[in-house]
Design a protein around this ligand. Structure first.
Ligand code: SAM
Ligand code: SF4
Length: 334
């Protein structure tokens, strides 16, 4: 399908131009806010979309105006030869930006190949600099590998690296200032993300949400005044701030305390090919089945449009009848 199609618009007029593509549900660590501690059930390999299928899906969405793709998972770097997929996505007309979200455990060895393949941006999840805290959060050791991955990414020339830190009340307050100092020293952008009800073990509660505004107060008390920074892309979920003394930027993604559903432009596909219109939706549309049944591109386009048209106005975490999705973050793709 090469002809440009009408944009991917939902019933509220939100145009979807941003695709989040999960390439695996597997991971090399076990963050408690995402995965179960034990007996994780991963999808068998044959259920996971091939690179060919992912490329086809991306091409179809690009024909409807998707211009940004973020690769995620599970941990995307555990998928073999990820750089091959990135090169393939990079060759699709209309795709202007390819980003990757990773825990960086395997990044040191792959950073160069990813960059050569055309990866534009890296979001690295870094919740702490402390080995024991890393173990408490992720139930694995490995902070040194993560730090080596960040360094390698900077060395091979990635200039758009962002650090994402999850914020959990009663658990990560002590990480705020060390992370902020680490990011400022290395001239990396840092964003704090509020804990969302997407953990497999059902430990989320409102009281565990450490809000962006609380974190901002902690940072300002110690490191100086922050002022709102310009916002080039109104659909970006983060609210960015810069230090008045010009020493760097820090952002906050506040899906719980300040939902940004009104400007959401994201479409998702899970590793096994289910199309979703929201992290929190209870319904999925099966693109893999269609692709493996030899459906035409127009039939797949139709399925994607149905999914987008069904998108709700808001996730409703802040409403009394909110119900968390059946699947956890690693199964959906963060
Ligand atoms: N494994 C990769 C990583 O950790 O960067 C990519 C997938 S992970 C699911 C993507 C992002 O989702 C990470 O930054 C992680 O911190 C975030 N995340 C996972 N569970 C979350 C939750 N319950 N609430 C908020 N963010 C969460
Ligand atoms: Fe793995 Fe990322 Fe989930 Fe942590 S947040 S368990 S690194 S998929």
């Amino acid at each position: 399908m090469s002809k440009q199609r009408p944009p991917l618009t939902d019933s509220l007029g939100r145009i979807h131009s941003n695709l989040r593509m999960s390439v695996t549900d597997r991971c090399n660590i076990r963050c408690f806010y995402c995965m179960p501690e034990e007996n994780v059930e991963f999808k068998p390999r044959h259920e996971i979309l091939t690179f060919e299928e992912l490329g086809r899906f991306a091409r179809i969405t690009a024909s409807m105006g998707v211009n940004k793709i973020r690769i995620t998972g599970g941990e995307p770097l555990v998928r073999n030869n990820l750089a091959t997929l990135i090169a393939e996505l990079n060759s699709i007309g209309g795709i202007e930006d390819i980003a990757l979200t990773t825990n960086a455990m395997l990044l040191a060895n792959q950073a160069d190949a990813l960059r050569q393949a055309g990866l534009n941006r890296l979001n690295i999840s870094l919740d702490t600099l402390n080995d024991d805290t890393f173990f408490r959060l992720s139930r694995r050791r490995g902070i040194d590998q993560v730090l080596a991955g960040i360094e390698a990414a900077q060395q091979v020339g990635f200039d758009m690296i962002r650090l994402n830190a999850i914020a959990i009340r009663g658990m990560t307050e002590s990480e705020i200032l060390p992370l902020a100092r680490f990011a400022l020293e290395r001239q990396l952008e840092l964003r704090f993300i509020e804990f969302m009800p997407l953990d497999a073990d059902d430990n989320w509660g409102n009281e565990a949400v450490l809000t962006g505004s609380d974190i901002r107060k902690t940072i300002e008390a110690e490191l100086g005044k922050l002022e709102p920074a310009t916002r080039p892309d109104p659909s970006q979920p983060a609210v960015d701030y810069q230090f008045t003394e010009g020493k760097g930027r820090i952002g906050f993604i506040n899906p719980v305390s300040k939902p940004f559903c009104e400007t959401c432009n994201r479409l998702r596909i899970t590793a096994e090919g289910k199309v979703r219109n929201c992290l929190f939706s209870h319904q999925e549309w099966d693109a893999r089945q269609l692709m493996r049944d030899d459906a035409s591109d127009s039939e797949i386009e139709q399925l994607i449009r149905e999914c987008v048209l069904d998108k709700k106005a808001a996730h409703g975490i802040d409403t009394p009848d909110f119900q968390k999705p059946e699947r956890a973050m690693y199964q959906i793709g963060g």
